[in-house]
Design a binder for this molecule. Structure first.
Ligand code: UTP
Length: 408
């Protein structure tokens, strides 16, 4: 893109400040900035003004959940179905590791965080160890696809290499990068993170399948015969991945997606709750839980929206291809965004100072016709690390690891 075109594009969106330092840049820097202006979707910025009305909710109803007693009764049968699928190479795992982990407050990718106390125990290592349990049980490697972003790709791939993939077979590990979106202040003006660079953030975890397509991984998956993809977050250090019983239950119930859920600790706990929305499976975010929904009871007198998702889903791959063309809702999230101040110096704010734009994997559920919410034992499978201390933190995850006999 030439300067004039870039100028016109920015002018149209009220973003001319992006060119503030243009004349001071060398030719190469100018080229990089013009290229970024060309590639950036500034349309999303106008959404800040209608933030509150952006994603209206439909009619919410309770959804049936496969609970622990039912799973226990069928454990053997489901496990066998799951193991057969894994041995046939039909199951892949997708690690969502493109997030910035700003709440944890480390500049490094979250997965390289060391939660060990007497030895090194990196978050990535915990996840690989869990996956290796299943590899050993099934006697077959499970392809692992790792999503990174522009902000952490090099560090993540170098770390896996340095740590020799924590004993995983490197031939079965593929990295791919997600897309980025601009980040802006509360008025919708993009921040600059360098004199020739607009501030960007990873565009949420909802674009993972599209990114896999872009990177040619979906073609590889077809060739390899992978039919199911277990998508999981980087930060839950206890989760079971490609869990044979979960895989078997999802296949046996002919569900388009399985969603691992845990019993909520309180009606207002900050997790998304499984539900039906306009008759289709969905997740109601904690901030959308009304008093009425929190008070609703099922026929046994239990809270009707009692099960929270833990970002561990098993998607049927062919169904994803059908829904991928549909645009997922965009979420506007308040975050801490590093920016250049008036003097052109980089500031790393202590508190949120603007918005990021994200699509979320949970919105894919609503596009599908069937979903199996599958309960897991909370203290055995849910130890998320979002914060340094307090709720969902390094401290709470360490306690849970110890409770489960993991030496740290
Ligand atoms: P979170 O919602 O915890 O976001 O991600 P985050 O960006 O990592 O952390 P904070 O909010 O800044 O503290 C849940 C999962 O989705 C992945 C994360 O890596 C994590 O596994 N994710 C999130 C992506 O892969 N890409 C994104 O753009 C956002």
């Amino acid at each position: 893109m030439e300067y004039q075109e870039a100028y016109d594009k920015l002018n149209k969106y009220g973003q001319l400040h992006v060119l503030k330092y243009y004349q001071e840049l060398d030719q190469e820097e100018q080229k990089i900035l013009l290229q970024q202006i060309e590639q950036t979707d500034f349309d999303v910025l106008s959404l800040c003004q209608k933030k509150e009305t952006l994603n209206p909710r439909g009619e919410i109803d309770p959804i049936g959940v496969m609970q622990l007693p039912e799973i226990a009764a069928k454990r053997e049968e489901y496990t066998q179905i799951g193991l057969d699928a894994i041995r046939a190479g039909k199951v892949g795992a997708v690690l969502l590791a493109g997030g910035m982990g700003t709440r944890l407050g480390s500049d490094a990718p979250k997965g390289v965080y060391n939660i060990g106390l007497t030895r090194d125990v990196f978050i990535f290592q915990r996840l690989i160890e869990n996956l290796l349990d299943v590899v050993h049980q099934a006697g077959a490697w499970i392809p692992l696809y790792v999503m990174t972003s522009d902000k952490n790709h090099e560090t993540t791939t170098a770390f896996f290499k340095e740590k020799k993939y924590f004993g995983y077979n490197a031939d079965y590990v593929t990295f791919f990068m997600q897309d980025m979106a601009p980040a802006c202040d509360y008025e919708g003006k993009v921040y600059m993170e360098a004199r020739n660079k607009i501030s960007t953030s990873p565009n949420g975890n909802g674009g993972w399948f599209l990114s896999m397509m872009k990177w040619g991984i979906v073609d590889q998956i077809h060739k390899a015969g992978v039919e199911w993809l277990n998508v999981f977050a980087v930060d839950n250090v206890l989760q079971r991945i490609a869990d044979p019983c979960f895989v078997g239950a999802t296949i046996a119930t002919d569900s388009a997606v399985g969603a691992k859920v845990v019993k909520k600790t309180a009606p207002d706990e900050k997790v998304g709750a499984m539900c039906l929305e306009d008759g289709k499976p969905s997740i109601v975010e904690y901030y959308d839980m009304t008093e009425e929904l929190m008070a609703a009871k099922d026929e046994n007198g239990e809270p009707a929206y009692n099960f929270g998702v833990i970002l561990n889903y098993l998607f049927r791959e062919k169904d994803l291809e059908e829904i991928v063309a549909k645009k997922l809702p965009l979420h506007i999230v308040e975050k801490k965004i590093p920016y250049l101040d008036e003097k052109g110096e980089l500031v790393k704010p202590e508190s949120p100072n603007g918005y990021k734009f994200e699509q979320l994997v949970l919105d894919m559920i609503h596009e599908l016709d069937s979903c199996l919410p599958y309960e897991v034992v909370r203290n055995k499978e849910f130890a998320p690390i979002k914060n340094k201390t307090g709720v969902d933190s390094v401290d709470s995850a360490r306690e849970l690891c110890k409770e489960n006999g993991i030496v740290l």
